[in-house]
Every structure is written in C-alpha cells, then in structure tokens.
Design a protein around this ligand. Structure first.
Ligand code: 5AD
Ligand code: FES
Length: 348
C-alpha cells in the first residue's frame, strides 16, 4: 500500500468502507499467520526509569510513583506460572533501569532458558550494544523497542536524550542492529500523540513494512496527568483535521493497516486498546488484524505501580484470572490459543 492509499484509509469514516477494511485485514491475518492467537505473558519487572519521556508515567520526574524492582527469584516464579498457564513466551519489560545491569539480565535470561521451555522477549529500553549482544548470547530470543513515531522532530520533542547526551538515540538504527545481533525484532507506535499528523501516521505504517518487523505493537496514546503531554492540547500546533485523534477507531485502523503492510508479523491487541474498551477492545483488535494477546503475569501489588498511563485495563486481576479471561475471549470469537513459541512466520 502506498502513502496516499494509507492516508485515505486513515481519513475514511463511512461505515461500509470501514467494514471492508476490517474484512481485508482479517483475511490478511488468516492468510499470513492463521487462526491461532498466541499468548505472551507480560512481566513488568521494574518501574524505575532514568528517562524523562513526555508521555510516560514512569518518567524519572514523576516523584509520586512508588518504585519497585522484582528480584530474579520473583521473576522466575512468574515465568514458571507462564509455563503452567500454557504460554509460549514471557515478555520481560521495565523502564530504563540501570539497576537491571547487563550481567543481572543475562543471568536471568540464562536461568529462564535453562529451566523452562519459553521464548524470552526483552523490552528494557535503549540499552548499549554490548548489553544487547550479551543478552542475545545468553539466549534472549526477541527484543521490543517501539519507535513511537517516525517523525524525528516529534520524537525529539517528546523523548529527551539521556542526561549528558546531546541527541536522542536513533531507535530505527538500533532496530537494525538488534536484527543483525540475531534477535527477532518488534517495534510500534502510539496513536494520537499530541502533534502527530495523519501523514506522520501513514509514514509510520509504511515504515513497518520497510523495517520488515517480526512484531508490531500499536496502542492509543492515553494522557497521564503526571506528564508534560497531559497539558499539551493536541491542537496546540495542528489543526483538528491534521491531528491524529487518540481514539479506539483510529487504533483499529492502524492495526488493520499494519496487518495489510506486514501480513506475516505478530501483532498484539494491546492493553492500551483494552483500556479504551474493556468490554470488547481486545476481541475487536483480534478481528481487525491482530493475532497476539499479552496477559499480565506481574504480581498485582507491583502491577498497580507500573503506571505508564492511568486506568490501565485489568490492573486488579491475578495472573490466573487474566489467563482464564483471555482464553474465554479467544474462544468467544471462534479462534484458538496457539501452542509453542509462536515465532514470527517470516523467520521460520
Ligand atoms: N499512553 C499509551 N501508551 C504509552 N506508552 C508509554 N506511555 C504511554 C501513554 N501515555 C507506550 C509506549 C512504550 C510502551 C511500553 O508503552 O509506546 O513504548
Ligand atoms: Fe485481562 Fe480479562 S482481559 S483479565
């Protein structure tokens, strides 16, 4: 799909035309990755963060947040639960936390891989090439790093560089390096960042195709009151017409178009989407291009403190309840739970 076609879908409002888009995306999903929905157990291992991203509630400047870091033994317990629940993958995610040192994470990955039949996905922010290589050698299978927006000025505005560094890390370059190290690579964006235009979003979707990603996460931007973006009006810089709205509908369009651009990628129906529509956001995501769900394995006492954005879906459920709930949702739309690691089809 070219830029103009993507843009016209993003601007489409007629119900019949949209029904056609959902159908095309669902067909592409079935042809590309089949009917299985893979479950990835999410472990939010630390909410410490040294960065100051303008969108994220974990930013260092948020003094109201109680910080935690799980021990290796606590994380291993969550990974063991993943196996009991029949998940093929754990996603180890955190803020950019120097307390999660290179050797500590390498040791954690080695222990999970030695003991359990799981694929391990890391999502630990912008780390050094040396650390990323060490973790890959320790057995980590995948790395997730969203580029958030392909517009470099917008990205620089919402994502200040690390203290002492003049320029932000080139995330798109880093994704190429991750691929060369041997990781399966995932990225993604937020929908409706204040200042994001429809043309920006169209370019994000085109970039998914060019980067040949294994995994693509897209979710709505949800303003967090303790962040600078909460007070930026979306119309500060743009006309209402140009600004991408951070809505459920726009997120479905992005999921569907991501599927059409990348037929074989793994695409989750995200928690941020479920936060906008708890009743059926996950299901509709799965029916409009997505093929992955990410049930939460984080112990509930920590989960409430992993507040990237407010009122996150499923914050109270135990890991056990979350897996039952996810299975029922998959069942209810006539799909089935995937077995095994659920690696990207393009790498098999
Ligand atoms: N709303 C929605 N998603 C957010 N993320 C960070 N902050 C927010 C927010 N306020 C997403 C980013 C990040 C991922 C872990 O969470 O895309 O990469
Ligand atoms: Fe998370 Fe139901 S979707 S508990």
């Amino acid at each position: 799909m070219n830029h103009t076609e993507i843009l016209s879908w993003l601007r489409e409002e007629r119900a019949e035309a949209l029904a056609d888009l959902w159908r095309k995306a669902d067909d592409a999903r079935r042809d590309g990755v089949g009917d299985e929905v893979h479950l990835r157990g999410l472990i939010e291992v630390s909410n410490h963060c040294v960065r100051q991203c303008h969108y994220c509630g974990l930013r260092a400047g948020n003094r109201d947040l109680l910080r935690y870091r799980m021990s290796v033994e606590e994380i291993l317990d969550c990974a063991r639960a993943a196996v009991r629940f029949g998940y093929g993958t754990v996603v180890v995610q955190a803020g950019e936390d120097p307390g999660l040192t290179g050797p500590l994470v390498a040791d954690l990955v080695r222990q999970i891989k030695d003991e359990l039949p799981l694929a391990v996905t890391l999502s630990l922010g912008e780390r050094s090439l040396e650390e990323l290589a060490t973790w890959c050698n320790a057995g980590a299978d995948r790395y997730l790093l969203r580029f958030e927006t392909s517009n470099p000025e917008l990205f620089a505005r919402i994502h200040p560089p690390r203290r002492g560094e003049a320029t932000p890390v080139d995330r798109i370059g880093l994704l190429g390096q991750l691929r060369r190290l041997g990781y399966e690579v995932g990225s993604g964006i937020m929908i409706g960042i204040p200042g994001q235009t429809q043309a920006d979003l169209a370019r994000d979707l085109e970039l998914f195709g060019k980067l040949d990603l294994d995994m693509i996460g897209v979710g709505p931007f949800i303003a967090h009151p303790a962040t600078p973006l909460a007070v930026t009006q979306s119309t500060d810089r743009l006309t209402v017409d140009e600004q991408v709205p951070p809505t459920e509908l726009m997120t479905y369009k992005a999921v569907a178009l991501a599927r059409l651009c990348c037929p074989r990628a793994n695409i989750p129906s995200t928690t941020a989407l479920a936060t906008l529509n708890l009743a059926e956001g996950r299901e509709l995501g799965l029916q409009r291009g997505a093929n992955i769900l990410m049930p939460n394995l984080t112990p509930p006492r920590y989960r409430t403190q992993y507040e990237i954005y407010p009122a996150k879906a499923c914050i109270q459920e135990t890991a056990e309840q979350c897996q039952g709930c996810m299975r029922r949702r998959i069942d209810s739309i006539g799909r089935r739970v995937g077995q095994g690691h659920g690696a990207a089809q393009s790498r098999m």
